[in-house]
Design a protein around this ligand. Sequence first.
Ligand SMILES: [Zn+2]
Length: 140
Amino acid sequence: MILPINGPATGPDPQTSADLDAAAILARRLVIRDDGRCAACGVSGDQATMNAFHRPRSQRTPDMTNFAAWLLLCGSSTEGCLMQVIEEPRWARTTGLTLAAHKDPTSVGVWHAFHGLVFLDADGGLYPRVGQVRRGCDER
Ligand SMILES: [Zn+2]
């Protein structure tokens, strides 16, 4: 499932706004988590069309409330990273941009262009993969 992202992450807080539907809440949370950048190439939403991309493939009913299952990708089915993910499934699976439908999205790390190698949590957060050195920790 692919949802177009319309506009920047401005407006009401998605946590408290009752007038936003699930797709709008999802889009806002992804833009906030990922700084509005494509997970594959890091381009900003100011420079390219962004879509919310559902990582588990072949899942009929995407869970709009599990944010670990979703990434921002630039482009469309005919251009950009969205096209690359569709046309290069092996690469997409290796980088964690996609995963098998039966896998838990919180348990599969993703090589994210903006965050590095991270795990995503269902609530819209993320954390570094175990063993990954956090920037600044070795400067003490
Ligand atoms: Zn991209």
